[in-house]
Design a protein around this ligand. Structure first.
Ligand code: TRP
Ligand code: SF4
Length: 518
């Protein structure tokens, strides 16, 4: 990566508070993997879709990447699983995929950097070319796909991906991937794809196949053993992540839950049982009977079905336990699980209750038995979400509008020009700018600094921000500096791409498809 440190004078150390603010277009919060996603308000994603704020895990990240420190990576799902594995030196993986629809550009660089950072933290790293998706969802010809596929991989290598340690593949030539996709397809049906992606009777089958292929991509690192896996993507890919998390769970042999009595409940009912248990349990040996809990629940809540189950259970004691529900277990695996549960246990039709195990120990055991009996034992995949970069011309950055983005293949001079022609968050006149300060939070040029040009130098990024909003920085000079840095970055990157070409050719990956494809 090219970093120009010459420009950075070492003034006062400041905390990096260079969050680019709400860098987004104006068409609301929709998450459509094939639409033109811009996200108006990232906070909504937390509430509406249950994406968690990245801030909360940041303190637990060892030596966080600058995209993490600057809030460019703003959200995640269950990233703690990956952090835990990283900390404990347990297996873990990172994977992302790229549709080869055009040149790789500076937006893709964010994801390349995320993959590479995780690889350097010791994770198994995977990057794939989503050629089936590009063909079916975007209608690209195989020839176009072949041409672009190579460009993505060259940039990834040039930025530091280690292909000896990691794996690169394209979807269409990866047989184990296709087999997994087929398997996962047996756990998803059309109504579900309709609900998630808005598919209808006109949606072609290949497009649907590209969805199960992406599900297989996401779980692919776990084919050689279950491991926490992080998928760095834009938030538009979250529907895919959610479906993959569901499918991972549906493939499991056992589901481990907490329970209080022999009969099954849903989560809400379980909470009521917990309440009843806490209210009625006493120090002594007297068990809490289901019929007493029935009276408690009937008095305190409106849950007639639960009250009925409790009444039917009558004298059965209410006791906390972990439950292993049989989902897809083979009979042998179910028997083996029963054997493997230590301490007091009860075996029922379709589930086993264990009284001396905590939830974590039970989850661990369930995975172990599953893997020993031919199952995958998938972890639900984790994800990281980054902000979309604003287009240089304002609005969204779009591959189809060349002036709006900078391709990693742009001639360095052209990159320079695009930056000098970019819109800014500056004021009408220099005078006003000095008086009011610029609007760095609304400025695509500031974003270039924060997302790319300042690289690891937080002090530099913060200084640009502070000087801008403080009115000390004027847009002309600021763009000139950014444009110069961009030119240097592109020249350096392209040199590294050339060096990478040889390495890529010596790798055993099939970039060209069989010429029989049309
Ligand atoms: N659907 C992704 C895109 O539109 C590409 C992709 C395919 C992908 N498989 C993946 C991304 C697996 C992350 C993980 O860019
Ligand atoms: Fe953007 Fe720089 Fe102008 Fe500030 S001074 S608005 S960061 S171009």
């Amino acid at each position: 990566m090219s970093e120009d440190t010459d420009h950075h004078d070492e003034t006062a150390r400041r905390e990096a508070a260079t969050d680019g603010g709400s860098a987004a277009g104006a068409d609301g919060t929709t998450l459509d993997p094939w639409g033109s996603s811009t996200v108006e308000d990232y906070r909504k994603l937390f509430e509406e879709f249950g994406i968690e704020a990245f801030d909360e895990v940041l303190p637990e990240v060892p030596d966080p990447h600058y995209l993490m420190r600057r809030g460019v990576i703003f959200g995640h799902r269950e990233y703690r699983d990956v952090l835990r594995a990283m900390r404990d030196g347990d297996p873990a993986a990172v994977l992302s995929g790229f549709m080869p629809t055009g040149d790789p550009h500076i937006g893709h660089k964010l994801v390349f950097d995320e993959i590479i950072w995780h690889q350097r933290q010791g994770l198994d790293a995977y990057a794939l070319i989503a050629d089936l998706e590009a063909h079916s969802a975007r209608g690209l010809s195989w020839a176009e796909i072949d041409e672009h596929a190579r460009d993505y991989l060259l940039s990834l290598l040039a930025l530091g991906f280690d292909p000896e340690e990691g794996e690169l593949y394209r979807q269409s030539t990866n047989r184990p991937l296709q087999d997994l996709a087929f398997e996962l397809g047996s756990k998803a049906n059309f109504s579900e794809l309709q609900a998630i992606y808005g598919f209808d009777g006109e949606t072609d089958v290949s497009h649907m196949q590209s969805v199960v292929t992406q599900m297989a991509d996401i779980l692919y690192p776990q084919l050689d053993g279950p491991k926490p896996t992080v998928i760095p993507v834009g938030p538009d890919q979250d529907p895919h992540v959610r479906l993959a998390r569901d499918l991972a769970a549906r493939m499991r042999y056992f589901k481990v839950t907490e329970a209080y009595a022999s009969f099954e409940t849903d989560d809400a009912e379980r909470a009521l049982l917990a309440d009843a248990y806490d209210a009625l349990a006493t120090e002594g040996d007297d068990p809490v009977r289901c019929e007493d809990a029935a009276a408690h629940v009937a008095a305190a809540f409106d849950a007639p079905a639960l009250v009925e189950s409790l009444e039917n259970a009558g004298m059965e004691p209410l006791r906390p336990r972990v439950r292993f529900l049989d989902r897809n277990a083979t009979p042998e695996a179910f028997e083996a699980l029963i054997e493997a549960v230590d301490g007091e246990k009860r075996v029922y039709e379709g589930h086993v209750d264990a009284f001396d195990l905590d939830h974590d120990a039970a989850a661990h055991l369930a995975r172990e038995v599953e893997v020993d009996h031919g199952g995958y034992g998938f972890y639900a995949p984790s994800s990281l979400y980054h902000r979309f970069m604003t287009g240089l011309t304002g609005g969204k950055m779009s591959s189809s509008v060349p002036a709006s983005h900078i391709s990693l293949l742009d001639d360095p001079e052209e990159g320079y020009e695009k930056v000098t022609s970019a819109t800014t968050g500056g004021r009408e006149t220099a005078e006003l700018q000095r008086e009011l300060g610029g609007e760095a939070d609304e400025c695509p040029v500031y974003e270039l600094y924060a997302y790319l040009l300042a690289a690891d130098d937080d002090e530099f990024a913060t200084r640009v921000y502070d000087e801008c909003v403080g009115g000390e920085r004027l847009c002309g000079d600021c763009k000139e500096q950014a444009a110069t840095l961009m030119r240097e970055f592109l020249a350096d990157h392209q040199e590294k791409r050339e060096e990478a070409a040889e390495r890529l050719d010596s790798l055993d990956i099939d970039l060209d498809l069989d010429s029989s494809r049309r």
